[in-house]
Design a protein around this ligand. Sequence first.
Ligand SMILES: CCCCCCC/C=C/C(=O)SCCNC(=O)CCNC(=O)[C@H](O)C(C)(C)COP(=O)(O)OP(=O)(O)OC[C@H]1O[C@@H](n2cnc3c(N)ncnc32)[C@H](O)[C@@H]1OP(=O)(O)O
Length: 295
Amino acid sequence: MFAALRQPLARASASKPLARAFSAYSPAQNAVAPTKSPKLEYLLLETRGRVGLVTLHRPKALNALCNGLFVELNQVLKELDDNKDIGAIVLTGSERAFAAGADIKEMKDRNFIENYLEDFLGHWTQITKIRKPIIAAVNGFALGGGCELAMMCDIIYAGDKALFGQPEIKLGTIPGAGGTQRLIKAVGKSKAMEMCLTGSVNLTAEEAERAGLVSKVLPADVVVDEAVKTAEKIANLSQPVVQMVKDAINQSFEIPLSAGLTFERRLFHSTFATKDQKEGMAAFAEKRKANFTHN
Ligand SMILES: CCCCCCC/C=C/C(=O)SCCNC(=O)CCNC(=O)[C@H](O)C(C)(C)COP(=O)(O)OP(=O)(O)OC[C@H]1O[C@@H](n2cnc3c(N)ncnc32)[C@H](O)[C@@H]1OP(=O)(O)O
């Protein structure tokens, strides 16, 4: 049982071929159709201009986040993050489910010692180390780890039928990937407590938008395209400056205000060392569109 759980991790981490397979769908190519790589079991990978579009694809299990899926996700996101032709990423699921949570069947027989010694699901946090902006385009269920995965992204767009919830308590466990930490920052203490303590209070897309968890609600069939449009806009701004913004905003969750303001000011100063700042401000003065070169 546990050998089976560990197997996909061992396969992927030992496998350079997996990385090479992703390169076959090089984001350098424009508008590559959604592709199921023979090496990708749980994801579809597509590029649109400077945007990498990653689709969770485990339809029979409502994109339940099994170990193999997360290993692939980490690998693909790292490849996109390292690719100079990509400036932003969109992560989505299916119309029925962004993700229905961690894979309950896979984890149900695990024990504490194994979890602790192996740092079970510790690799889920790697997505928070991706430097490029990630937009989650959420349709359908975003439950448990699915809601937490969306919250690890930088922006969330929701389809009008999306549903956000943290039902872990009904399984006899607690949210373990940010549900008790990130959710409260997005929706406040009372709503976060209600969601996590009952496990059955879910937020509709509109409620999530009102609460601040989601930045935009859109018809389900356009949410991915709209997320890609926003991602493309971001991807064509100055890459180093975009990453500084992401870095500065994320620091606000980690450090006191005074330190955050100093960090922000230093980054602001440093933008003046970039060609893109010169170009951006010159373009404004000359009443023309800026042409950023990511330098
Ligand atoms: C540092 C990192 C730490 C990480 C810690 C992470 C902690 C996270 C924990 C969790 O996420 S626990 C899981 C939380 N999610 C749930 O409890 C939701 C479970 N699913 C459901 O309640 C329902 O499936 C649904 C979403 C309400 C949909 O119901 P519906 O009746 O429409 O479909 P089903 O027939 O139930 O599902 C279809 C198919 O999908 C399988 N499935 C659904 N969710 C999961 C899941 N989370 N894990 C595994 N499998 C799932 C379901 O079993 C069905 O499959 P079959 O039985 O037909 O083969």
